[in-house]
Structures are given as structure tokens and as C-alpha cells.
Design a protein around this ligand. Sequence first.
Ligand SMILES: Cc1ncc(COP(=O)(O)O)c(C=O)c1O
Length: 407
Amino acid sequence: MPMESIEHLNCRYLLQAPRETGLPETLSPAAALGVRAFHRQLPGYRPTPLVHLERLARAWGLGDVFVKDESPRFGLQAFKVLGGSYAIAQLVCRKLGRPLSEVTYAQLVSEEVRRQVGQITLATATDGNHGRGVAWAAERLGQKSVIFMPRGAVPARVASIRAHGAEVVVTDLNYDDAIRLACREAEKNGWYMVQDTAWEGYTEIPTWIMQGYLTMCAETVDQLRAADSYPTHIFVQAGVGALAGAVIGYFAQVYREPRPRFIIMEPANAACVFASAAAGDGRTHAVTGDLDTIMVGLACGVVNPLSWEILRDLPCCYTSLDDFVAANGMRILANPLADDKPVESGESGAVGLGLMDLLANDPAWRELKEALEIGPQSTLVCFSTEGATDPVNYREVIWHGKYPHRG
Ligand SMILES: Cc1ncc(COP(=O)(O)O)c(C=O)c1O
């Protein structure tokens, strides 16, 4: 049961005592081995950096701060391609009637496999990052993709998807309705939906997508171990919550004793995990409307049911945050202290660091900081899941101070 809720400057948090829950084998360290073995074969694969912000941690009176920087991932500026590429590979192997573990990537992209599988079309709805990953993966396999985008899609994001040969349809709908349209079109035309969320009767592909994210998680664990660090607090943002489900489902199996504290961030106008946790009835609750936020990757109103049990039971804190928090995170990551490294972090990537800033420096958040036992012994980890995918807004935030700090 949620214990506490406050409201401050369009930001809210909710604390709860985490409960034990069954953790799925699909998100286990053993499952991650197979996923990583696949991604390692992709041309251009390299673990993304785990940036150690030592000076920042010292300035904030914390033990350590680590940021997983997904901006260089396969040259696509976001972690999302990990999910789409893995799911599409599984789908093609299903059509071949062979397990992915027995098919190399070189075989998957060969003309022979393309002939065996035939021409297929992969469809999805996206704010940008997931669709770019699907288009990239389809292009490599010599297959087609049709990508539906919600209203207000940023031109740079549309262009980066078209650059991979995809047909892009910019709709007049919000994200959740764009998914419904994509489904109808896919059914009508015999396309394969590769969606990064699940619903009744559609769980296999979204499970593969969540598993795809384990490559990022497993890299992070390796990098933390190499730095001789044990995470005490893991900050993860949620749109539909597939990412958060994968991160928490995996990290809770790797770090059992003591278990890190998991903290969820969402935009105030699209906080469906928060709303579901706050209802306290164990069920998910959708958020509707425009879902308007600069964190467009997180502008989702319906929780992924595959993640829900994990997101219901394991986090100790849910937050619903104003856009200025993400903008502050972007500015801080772009302008590091002394010899800390800069991180190019987009709106949906930077909100974790923005929340850390509030906790470290804003008296209004002191009570939460104390409740979470964040201090000099803590090692905080967050995931900067995208780079400057909207370069115009990125510059306005970083250079011209758009969405200024409030507090
Ligand atoms: C950059 C970025 N970060 C985080 C997320 C959130 O992932 P999920 O919708 O699985 O919660 C997204 C989703 O598109 C994203 O694009």
C-alpha cells in the first residue's frame, strides 16, 4: 500500500515498502547471456559508457553517481534498438523454424534467409526511438517497415526513421491511439506488429523487446563491478514501463542482498505507473488526454501489463515530475564539473539525473532524500536512455535555458 504522497511545483512522489515478488526467468541473468550473444554479433556493437560522475557526487555529498550513456548506441542515439532488433531476429527465426541461438547474425541478414522468409512488413507506433530501431533492423534484413507516429512528431525524429527506408505515417493521435491505428492497419495488410508494449493476446514480441533491453542492463552490471561499486539506488524512467520492468526485473535478480532501492520517474502529464501505484488496488490505471511533455519517449498513458507486477511490488518510490526536472538533468549532464565527462542526454534520458539534483539540493525534497536514505554511503545509478534526438529543443534547453529551474 502506498504510504505517502506530496505535491510540490507540479512534482509528486509516493513511497511504499517494497514487497517480494516472483521474478521472471525471461529477465534473469541467464536469459541476458543469450540476448547479449546476439547483440555482440551486430556490426558496430560496443558497450555504451557507464559515466562515473565523481566530482558531481562529491559536490552533492553522495558516495557515487553513475550514468549509463545510451547516446552512442549503434549510432542511433537511444537504447531502444536493443529491443526491436532482438524481437525481429526472434520473429525471423520463428519463421525459419530454428532457435536464434543456432542462427548467426550473418545468416540472418543473408539473401538466402530473406528468400526463405519472404518479404515481410514490420509495423509499429512510436514517438521516435523505438521506430528508428525497428526501421534500422528491418533495413538490415532487407525487409519493409511502416512506422506510425503520434501528432506533433519532431521533424528530426521523422527524418531519422525515413533514413532507414521506412514508410512513416505521422498521425493526428496520441501515442496510445497511434498504437491502435497501427494494429488495425497491420491486421488489414498482413503486417507484423513489433510493439514495445503488450496487451491481452499480444505478449510474445513485447517479451522479446524487454529481453533486448537486458544487454544494456548486463553491460551496466559488468561496468559497476569493474568500478568495484554496488548500486544502492537505481533510478529508472517509465513510459509504458517496459524498460523499467526489464531493469528492475534484472537488477533485482543480480543484486539480492542487499537489494538496491528502485525509484521510478514519469512526466506529470503521463504518469500511468504512478497513477496505478497510487490507486493501491493492485490494478493498472490508464492516463488519457494529450500526455503533453518534453519527455516524449515517456508520453504513454497505459502501463505494459508484462511489467506491472514488478513495477507494483519492487519500487520504493514513484515520482511524477514536471518538465523542468528533465531540462535540469540535460543541462547538468551537458555541463559537468571539473574532469567529469559530459553526457549528451535528451529529454527522456535526463530526468533521473534531474531528480537526483532535487534530492541532493532542494530543501523541499529533503524528507524524501532521508526516507530513501540517500547520503554519503549511497551509489546512485541512472540511465540516460537517449541523446539529443530533438536537436532544436536540446539546444534551446542547454544554451537558452528553456524550461528553467523552479524551486
Ligand atoms: C529515450 C527513452 N527513454 C525511456 C523510454 C521508456 O521506455 P518504456 O516505454 O518501456 O517505459 C523510452 C520509450 O520510448 C525512450 O524513448
